[in-house]
Design a protein around this ligand. Sequence first.
Ligand SMILES: Nc1nc2c(c(=O)[nH]1)N[C@H]1C(S)=C(S)[C@@H](COP(=O)(O)OP(=O)(O)OC[C@H]3O[C@@H](n4cnc5c(=O)[nH]c(N)nc54)[C@H](O)[C@@H]3O)O[C@H]1N2
Ligand SMILES: Nc1nc2c(c(=O)[nH]1)N[C@H]1C(S)=C(S)[C@@H](COP(=O)(O)OP(=O)(O)OC[C@H]3O[C@@H](n4cnc5c(=O)[nH]c(N)nc54)[C@H](O)[C@@H]3O)O[C@H]1N2
Ligand code: SF4
Ligand SMILES: [Mo]
Length: 729
Amino acid sequence: MPVSTSDSHGSAPFRIVHTVCSHDCPDSCAVLVTVNAEGRAVKVEGDPSHPVTQGFLCGKVAKYLDRVYSPQRILQPLKRKAGVAKGPLTKGREMDAFEPVSWDEALDAIAARLKQVAEDYGPESILPYSYAGTIGVLGYGSMDRRFFHRLGASQLDRTICAEAGGQAWNLVYGRKLGTPNEDFPKAKLIVAWGGNIHGTNIHLWPFVEQARRNGARLIVIDPYRTRTAALADWHIPIRPGTDAALAMGMMHVILREGLEDRPYIDEMTHGFAELADRAREYTPEKVAAWTGLTASEIEQLAREYATTRPAVLRMNYGVQRSQNGGTAVRAIAMLPALTGAWKHAGGGAQLSMSGAFRWNSKEIERPDLMLASPLKRAARVVNMSRLGHALTELGNEPKEGPRVHALFVYNSNAAAVAPNQNAVRRGLEREDLFTVVHEQFLTDTTDFADYVLPATTFLEHDDIQGAYGHYFVQRSHQAIAPLGEARSNVWLFGQLAKRMGFTEACFRDTPEDMIRQALNPGENGHSRNAGMEHITPELLAEQGHIALRFQGQSTVAGHMPFLPFSQGAVPTPSGRIEFFSEALKAAGQDPLPSFVPPVESRLGPDAGRFPLEFLPRKADNYMNTTFANMDGHRRMEAKTNHRLEIHATDALARGIADGDAVRVWNDRGSLELTALVSDRVATGVVAGRLDWGKLSPGGQNVNVLTSERLTDIGKAATFYSTLVEVAKA
Ligand SMILES: Nc1nc2c(c(=O)[nH]1)N[C@H]1C(S)=C(S)[C@@H](COP(=O)(O)OP(=O)(O)OC[C@H]3O[C@@H](n4cnc5c(=O)[nH]c(N)nc54)[C@H](O)[C@@H]3O)O[C@H]1N2
Ligand SMILES: Nc1nc2c(c(=O)[nH]1)N[C@H]1C(S)=C(S)[C@@H](COP(=O)(O)OP(=O)(O)OC[C@H]3O[C@@H](n4cnc5c(=O)[nH]c(N)nc54)[C@H](O)[C@@H]3O)O[C@H]1N2
Ligand code: SF4
Ligand SMILES: [Mo]
């Protein structure tokens, strides 16, 4: 029963449809859409019955109908006009480069070209490029994965966001689970470590506030004074990329003062003696020099953390974007295991809960289809965080396989979000590269497309979704008909499969079929996925959202508390929480955490040439680059759009005054911005904002300055390890 009908709004009947915000946000809000008799959505609101959404939406999505019904939406397939070179277009003038075509014409042409490229260069010369435009299970990766697997296209290693932290967490705990939000009010200490809760994870905030009303303290560890930091009891402005050192320094103090939980350590962990030896090297004095804090601040933090119960760490993703971000996350993740914080409801840690959702992904993604491709084997893997390299250099060495000759972008504004933007652009400008982009808007990336295909929003298609910031399985019902000729990701790849002549039955699956497959019901109709055994597809369709249950324990507060990692076996190789990793040792890496400064940092070899550490930040009012083209959202970012935040000391040293035009550069590129003299950053640190390039002066964004260097664990992007110099323009 997808909708509840009501005509209480007047004479015409309105329907209220349960959807799920599918933007790349930990909150995955339950969104109720009111649809009028003409089938038009007239209102979006947070579902009051969802315990985490709590009836409100963030400022970005509260205005969602402006986006859905924006006159700038792409509503027809577009083809590049003959003779128009690829490259940045002026916003609003994009149609000079394109002409509308029918879906049939576009799909036939794309299928023909993909066949040709596969024949001429091998199927691995085709590269899919997608990330998290939607995080619905079907929209994020289902029919598309089947299609590219069957084709034999290169596989994409999706590392741009969460791989360093995810792999690091799993080295310690084996599974991405965390303290439920609903238990945060019981905490007496909350540490937001590299997490801007108020900006990027707003639905955790009411639980934080409730805890504070109950007497909890909030500590924020962040080199930038975010909204969250400004609201904290204590803001610790750590030097970028030095978190591993701080975590080790805290361990040093905890162990020196005997504040660890020995019985918990003995029962639950592996490698304590080795870790204790390592931590001994990290004296507060040494750590102070690296982190920019004082030794007594480090001691105070360690004592407060280890002696307050319950204590919870909300690590978000900021830490892992440094070159040593994997190790940093790993070291921080060990802290609650040292103090036994997991034992207390409201204690523990949260990085991502995505490991709680065990979809039947083999069936959804069908990796086995690679064996039915012309390759008859698994295709090569290309790292998305090195897109520039993939488009300009990959294939120069024969052993790397073919050059990339076709690029299929969906769910991503690749030209804006990938690091080393100048290399990315050089690649996208190649006239011999065939590029297709499936999008809702004419972004920086569509400027380089041969074909642009119109995509639906989450109001316009069906999906099922988990979350990385709570424990609810949710059903997103299609609320309105697709606008114009917009079509979903599932539809697009099903159509292309047909035109490629793929005959496997899975290419004819409907969204409804795939939702069932994801839930994997057994004979009694109940899901066979761990944690979802109480869920049937019908029940979920009716209720909209249902909390996971583990070992009979509900993950929602008010029931028996769900206390991950508090007792019993842990899904690591040793069956215990791992301070020492035999797996890392076997791979020739340091089995224990240690602090290695990023190459691009104040402590690295390039510090003399480029003295400032650059934070190319997300905007609180955009979602990565999504919403950056919406006037209402832009107005909310007006104070920081195109600004370079710089401390007064660094500004003075360069003769820069607030409002001056400045040039920011390093070996990879250069940007013109306007100085914003600000004490939100410390001396030696400057900050900018992610935005659409074509809405920025000079047509490019902060990623011209970031590098393709990868993290120590997870081969992920290192946006926050970037050195620059600044001068008055
Ligand atoms: N409003 C809004 N919400 C979003 C997004 C958005 O763009 N806008 N993006 C979504 C996505 S894709 C993600 S991955 C999540 C990310 O959510 P968060 O992880 O909260 O976001 P970030 O801003 O990447 O990083 C958090 C903080 O880490 C800090 N930081 C940078 N370097 C370091 C460091 O070396 N050490 C420490 N301790 N802190 C550091 C940054 O200054 C930043 O304030 O948010 C999601 N939600
Ligand atoms: N400098 C810097 N760079 C960063 C980051 C940073 O903090 N600083 N953050 C990084 C992180 S954490 C992430 S996750 C990445 C995010 O990188 P992306 O996932 O590329 O994020 P967006 O910029 O939000 O672009 C998503 C696009 O998908 C489109 N879209 C939405 N729904 C659908 C759909 O159903 N179908 C299709 N086909 N398209 C859809 C949207 O219109 C939007 O243009 O960026 C990374 N880049
Ligand atoms: S972006 Fe995040 S906070 Fe905003 S509505 Fe979507 S899920 Fe909720
Ligand atoms: Mo992300």
